[in-house]
Design a protein around this ligand. Structure first.
Ligand code: SP5
Ligand code: ZN
Length: 372
């Protein structure tokens, strides 16, 4: 399987994020993508491909041009406004209750992007845990090119290809960044496939978190079916979307399927949800599936609560490929660094119908204690 990778992600050099107001070591760090790259390289069955520049048009096909412009200038604005911070995070968010009693028309005309960079970050941002640094825009643009080059490989005849996207994308909505995500790589890929083929496309999102951005972008669309298995938003980020009764509206009615699972979910229950998700994808026409692939469902993940094993990832990859559709597989989250490479290798080998033999774990690596 070909792997699309660019070192441009290294420019998004993150060391600290905030969690409920306190600085904590960052989860979405550059080392993640490097560990995956190394594991696939060592495997030997994953030739690397360099992404090509696809320009801005496929991004503004799904995102507000205002979001693109803000992300492009955010760091230079922070410097120009002499806000001395290691990373940009918002001051104030426009909580919807701020406008209670005001009409949609009034809110639409009165609420606008402010000049202060902390207000601008609140205007375009979802949360305070998506740090933005000097190289974030460059890296986020490169992640989109990785996703679109992966699409090119599959539309060019490959049955499956993997894009090592970083930063991830599925929390980014049409006009909003957040959740470590800036541009929605999977949504941009799905839109590009629809435009190139005229076919319907399915997105299968198996990151631990609900892909609120992907759901929002395609909410009223009849041509992109979004199917997500994730932690119940009652208990976990992004909290305000991801429930089972969110089914889409208009042309998109019935095209959105959320399968929220309880904290602590293990392999057997998760695989039942996978079969349900795959049935929903098989029920609609189309020949390509975009996979939002996250490993924060892993038993040892520092921010997830699920208990999945490496063996389960191989099986999920195998079952997904068994649908017989072409697969555009794009990396989302997954924060337990010692296991990331092996879990990716297991999933991708499953998706190619190849066996998976775990590599012996290094001393002090707790992976095999759980994953067997
Ligand atoms: C792409 C992706 O996986 N984004 C996830 C964004 C999650 N942001 C909130 C992180 C909250 C961390 N909670 C830590 C709880 C530790 N017990
Ligand atoms: Zn996640």
């Amino acid at each position: 399987m070909q792997v699309v990778y660019s070192p441009a992600h290294l420019a998004h050099d993150i060391t600290v994020e905030t969690f409920m107001g306190l600085p904590v070591p960052a989860n979405e760090v550059a080392e993640r993508a490097e560990l995956i790259r190394q594991a696939l390289d060592t495997d030997g069955g994953f030739p690397f491909v360099v992404p090509t520049d696809h320009g801005e048009a496929p991004i503004t096909d799904v995102h507000d041009p205002g979001l693109v412009r803000f992300l492009e200038v955010a760091w230079s604005e922070l410097e120009a406004q002499r806000v001395d911070r290691p990373f940009l995070s918002a001051d104030t968010y426009p909580n919807r209750a701020m406008f209670e009693g005001m009409s949609d028309a009034a809110v639409g005309s009165l609420v606008r992007e402010p000049a202060h960079v902390g207000g601008r970050a609140g205007y375009w941002g979802l949360d305070s845990a998506a740090p933005l640094v000097a190289g974030t825009y460059r890296a986020a643009r490169a992640a989109v090119d990785v996703a679109l080059t992966t699409v090119d490989l599959v539309l060019g005849g490959q049955p499956v290809a993997y894009g090592l996207c970083r930063p991830p994308g599925h929390h980014a909505a049409r006009s909003m960044y957040g959740g470590y995500c800036f541009f929605n790589n999977a949504a941009i890929a799905a839109e590009a496939i629809v435009r190139a083929t005229g076919e319907r496309v399915a997105i299968l999102d198996v990151d631990y978190h609900h892909g609120n951005g992907s759901q929002q972008i395609f909410w009223r669309r009849g041509d992109v079916r979004y199917v997500s298995i994730h932690a119940d938003p009652d208990h976990d980020y992004p909290y305000f979307l991801g429930r089972a009764d969110e089914v889409g509206e208009g042309d998109g009615l019935g095209e959105n399927l959320n399968v929220p699972l309880a904290p602590g979910t293990k392999d057997d229950e998760y695989l039942v949800a996978v079969d349900r998700a795959l049935d929903a994808i098989a029920a609609a026409p189309g020949s390509v599936i975009v996979i939002s692939l996250g490993f924060d469902t892993y038993a040892l993940d520092p921010i997830g609560t699920f208990k999945l094993t490496t063996a389960a990832y191989h099986e999920i990859g195998r079952r997904t490929a068994a649908l017989g559709r072409r697969l555009v597989i794009l990396q989302e989250g997954g924060y337990h660094r010692p296991s990331l490479g092996e879990n990716t290798r297991a999933w991708l080998r499953g998706a190619e119908g190849r066996s998976f033999e775990p590599r012996p774990a290094a001393d002090g690596d707790a992976r095999d204690a759980v994953a067997g």
